[in-house]
Design a protein around this ligand. Sequence first.
Ligand SMILES: CC(C)(COP(=O)(O)OP(=O)(O)OC[C@H]1O[C@@H](n2cnc3c(N)ncnc32)[C@H](O)[C@@H]1OP(=O)(O)O)[C@@H](O)C(=O)NCCC(=O)NCCS
Length: 145
Amino acid sequence: MEIEVRELREEDIPELGRIEAASFSMPWSVEAFRELLSRPYCTYLVALLDGCVAGCCGYTDLCHEANIDNVVVAPEYRGRGIAQVLLQKLIERGNAAGVEAYTLEVRVSNRTAIHIYEKFGFRSEGIRPKFYEKPVEDAMIMWKR
Ligand SMILES: CC(C)(COP(=O)(O)OP(=O)(O)OC[C@H]1O[C@@H](n2cnc3c(N)ncnc32)[C@H](O)[C@@H]1OP(=O)(O)O)[C@@H](O)C(=O)NCCC(=O)NCCS
């Protein structure tokens, strides 16, 4: 099993749309992914497992604070460490680009994602009540400083 991580490309987007739809109740559209390609302050990485698109993650850089979003791995490829490889590479990119702090929101019930973020040094700094829809749920706001 070989995991390759590289920047998002146009050709990845249809498969990422499928992964999103299989993973989130309010998935990003393929158009939303296409817009990222033209935004210089957004960094998006894709993981390929034996050449197949397996997941992605990215951040928006706002004055050296990176807002991470859309950490996702295709259901069939989960539990193989792909999200952690993606996050490792994303944070390396951010550090090299001068990012000083990282933040993200996560559903309070998402134990798997919270476990991963805590492994990377993220800590909860608050709750955003009823932030999510479908179903309505609080968001935990996490920071890595
Ligand atoms: C969250 C997600 C990206 C993780 O991807 P993944 O590639 O399967 O993650 P990894 O294999 O790198 O790591 C999974 C870790 O969670 C742990 N884990 C699995 N189930 C768990 C649970 N119920 N509670 C706590 N930890 C759990 C695993 O043991 C592993 O940690 P370890 O390496 O310390 O043993 C994936 O489940 C996903 O796409 N979910 C739907 C989208 C989503 O929720 N994204 C996050 C939005 S903030």
